[in-house]
Design a protein around this ligand. Structure first.
Ligand code: MG
Length: 451
């Protein structure tokens, strides 16, 4: 599976050493420096999956064979690699991760010289190099070398602690008790360390970065049962869950209730806009309308992009947004770097708790209230025709076609999008009432599935 966000596959089936080496070599070709003999510098990091070591050698092979100097920063979150690329002014970076996919998966995320994910156009160039056998390899005297540098987790933490939004002493004084579920992923070392640096009492749940995922690693409410129980049992102030490459953050309340992935960005946005009202916010087209309501309250404007970190980041850069991200728990704070980062999300939420003197339950209940339903359906041959019919039926709404079809009504909206990777379509509906959200989903699913 190749897409804007990189390649992913099942290890030993589609994701085999030669595939990994080829894509990495193709990426090495893209990372050209000015001089003929100059060696591009590439940062390599990986999540904690047990297949990571196998992938690492294949990726190194591809990069070295195309003349790259590799700085291997070890097991770390995706955002840590992004930061290292930016700060070292490297030509690019590769993260070996399948993000929130289950344990049998792995993959590669590609980062450009500005520390953000490759743009669609560059990904297409990479695919062309790989598929059409256009990769050029260097000769024996031009191969690159590997250097290890495990200092970047600490540098990432320090960069967050230096943010002007974070008042370390204020958070420390609160002595917050936090339960942390890293799903034994890449957040396992860095996340507890960040929380401890903020004076939290950390109860580590699955913080051994050995890649043995104790539950489905996508930080959805149904996968956070142990975390909810641990928060209640320990009478903690909050629970945090990171996905395996720590770019997504989910929150569990002090009552042991998951707030839902949409709440993470909403809370972070509300906090940042309270500091900097009238600033711009950028999020994708399927993120909750909570963001619009919050922005309105602070006189701010929301810009919507296609789904995917690369698109949101481009939007943030274009309008100089102050904060942005995706409703799946991906918070982007450009002042730190242009990438989704669970670590900065945790720091902002803790600062919000400390400054507001409220509990996370209270902060969450102050958020605008919406009900969101996500469903999928099989694509039929009449899908496009049915979609046109749906647009006619909902002609009274405001239609946005930047990525699939999103239709906004007074108190609700619906977004329909074909999957890039499976023969399915996804429907997301959000409304002030659960009944209306359900109605919207079943009505449109009915129309889209008919033939
Ligand atoms: Mg992820």
């Amino acid at each position: 599976m190749a897409s804007v966000s990189g390649i992913r596959g099942v290890v030993g089936k589609s994701l085999i050493p030669e595939v990994l080496a080829k894509y990495s070599a193709g990426f090495g070709n893209l990372c050209k420096t000015g001089g003929q003999n100059a060696r591009p510098q590439v940062i390599l990091g990986r999540d904690s999956r047990t297949s990571g070591e196998m992938c690492r050698f294949a990726v190194l092979s591809g990069l070295l064979a195309t003349g790259c100097e590799v700085i291997d920063i070890g097991i770390c979150p995706t955002p840590t690699v992004q930061i290292a690329v930016e700060e070292l002014r490297a030509e690019g970076g590769i993260v070996i991760t399948a993000s929130h996919n289950p344990i049998q998966w792995n993959g590669l995320k590609f980062i450009g010289s500005d520390g953000t994910f490759l743009a669609e156009r560059e990904v297409r160039r990479l695919l062309d190099l790989v598929k059409n056998d256009k990769i050029s390899y260097r000769s024996w005297m031009e191969f690159g070398k590997v250097k290890l540098d495990h200092s970047w987790i600490q540098k990432h933490i320090e960069k967050i602690l230096k943010l002007k939004y974070i008042n370390i002493n204020k958070i420390k004084r609160k002595k917050l008790k936090v339960v942390l579920d890293c799903c034994n992923g890449a957040g396992g070392i860095i996340s507890p360390n960040l929380l401890k640096a903020l004076g939290c009492q950390v109860i580590e749940l699955f913080c051994e970065p050995d890649g043995n995922f104790p539950h489905n690693p996508e930080p959805l409410p149904e996968n956070l049962i142990s975390l909810c129980q641990a928060v209640k049992k320990n009478k903690a102030d909050i629970g945090f869950a990171n996905d395996p490459d720590a770019d997504r953050l989910a929150i569990v309340s002090d009552l042991g209730i998951p707030l839902g992935e949409e709440a993470t960005l909403a809370l972070a946005t509300k906090f940042i806009l309270s500091k900097k009202p009238k600033s711009k916010v950028v999020t994708n087209i399927s993120t909750s309308r909570m963001i619009d309501d919050i922005a309105k309250k602070f006189g701010s404007k929301v810009y919507r992009t296609k789904v995917g970190e690369a698109h949101v980041v481009r939007g943030l850069k274009a309008v100089k947004g102050i904060i942005g991200g995706e409703g799946n728990g991906g918070v982007i704070l450009p002042e730190l770097h242009y990438g989704r980062d669970a670590l900065v999300g945790m720091a902002l939420i803790l600062e919000y708790l400390a400054e507001s003197e409220k509990t996370i339950t209270e902060l969450a209940s102050d958020l605008p209230r919406y009900f969101m339903i996500k469903k999928k359906g099989k694509l039929t041959k009449d899908f496009e025709k049915n979609l046109t019919q749906l647009k006619t039926k909902y002609a009274k709404g405001k239609i946005n076609l930047i990525d699939g079809v999103r239709i906004d009504f007074e108190d609700s909206w619906i977004h329909i999008r074909k999957s890039n990777t499976e023969p399915i379509f996804r429907i997301i509906a959000e409304a002030k009432s659960k009944k209306r959200a359900k109605e919207l989903v079943s009505e449109s699913k009915g129309i889209l599935s008919s033939n």
